[in-house]
Ligand binder design. Structure first.
Ligand SMILES: [Zn+2]
Length: 318
């Protein structure tokens, strides 16, 4: 759990803390977030704020009390986390939340339920949740998260106090990553931000061996430049999600033909502008096909694009 608060959320947290200190915090909060906004740091902070048993003078969670420790070790019984299993949050999951919500708090005065990706509630699950929100138990808070512009039952939205959580500027995001990962090279941090949504997504990535993944992938792209298709094929077969990285590399390589500038990511240097345009079209078609038919053999489908990217310079058409 990342607990340090990013600077672009400090003002918002001040407002929420003041409401909480004055017993005016809404029991249902909806955080409508932009991509890469690091909404998890905000919701985690608020959970700790509500459940902390010994707030500091400035009304921040202390980090030392029994509650703070239990949250840190993810074992707090007055905190409930609900997230989609697969594609949706079903009504049975909301019923379990309902059972939890009627119990008295075990450790202090308050309880908090965090509902991630609340736009994935099925209609019956959303209705069941609405009933709970209409008659909340005292000191029980519901924090709902959903991406901006995704939809949610309007009667739930109107019950909630809604906040839009904006994403940081590229400089703010990079500063934060540098604070979190002082030992990782700046170029690697920049590249991760370039390929992933935002700082918390990068953090999850780096905590799961991401630095190594970046090295392997950039080496595989270099291999493609030297007409060795196997490393990139193996990388993609192992993690098909990285296809989006390859798409980004095609776009960056194409842009490099228009404005030459320092690039943080490896480029497909052996292809001409027209070949890169063709490659981009192949990539877009492939992405759509795979999205529509997830059961297709990924390696087989991706091979034509890879072999196109791998063509020798003598094939240059222009
Ligand atoms: Zn505490």
């Amino acid at each position: 759990m990342i607990t340090s608060l990013p600077p672009w959320q400090e003002r918002l947290v001040e407002q929420l803390s003041a409401q909480f200190a004055n017993h005016r915090l809404a029991q249902t909060l909806l955080f409508d977030y932009e991509k890469g906004a690091a909404v998890e740091t905000l919701s985690n902070y608020l959970v700790r704020l509500i459940l902390c048993q010994s707030h500091t003078a400035k009304y921040t969670p202390c980090g030392h009390c029994h509650s703070c420790h239990m949250l840190e070790s993810e074992s707090h019984s007055d905190f409930y986390s609900l997230a989609p299993k697969g594609q949706s949050i079903g009504v049975d999951d909301v019923r379990l939340l309902q059972d939890w919500s009627v119990q008295k708090p075990t450790h202090g005065h308050g309880k908090v339920a965090l509902i991630e990706q609340s736009h994935k509630l099925t209609p019956s699950a959303a209705n069941a949740l609405l009933k709970m929100l209409e008659e909340p138990k005292e000191n029980t808070y519901f924090i709902l998260l959903k991406p901006l512009q995704s939809s949610l039952l309007t009667t739930i939205i109107s019950r909630a106090q809604r906040w839009v959580i904006h994403s940081p500027s590229p400089t703010q995001a990079l500063d934060l990553l540098q604070q979190w990962y002082p030992d990782i090279h700046l170029e690697r941090l920049q590249l991760a931000l370039h390929w992933l949504d935002g700082p918390t997504e990068c953090a999850e990535f780096f905590n799961n061996n991401g630095e190594d993944e970046l090295s392997k992938f950039t080496q595989a792209v270099e291999g493609l430049n030297q007409h060795d298709i196997d490393p990139i094929a193996q990388q993609l077969e192992k993690s098909p999600d990285k296809l989006s990285w390859l798409g980004q590399i095609i776009i960056d390589s194409l842009q490099n033909h228009f404005h030459k500038r320092d690039h943080i990511c490896p480029l497909l240097t052996q292809l001409t502008q027209n070949q890169l345009i063709d490659a981009w079209q192949m990539f877009v078609q492939l992405r759509e096909k795979l999205a529509q038919h997830p059961a297709l053999n990924f390696s087989l489908q991706v091979y034509p694009l890879l072999s196109y990217l791998n063509q020798p310079e003598s094939n240059r058409a222009d």
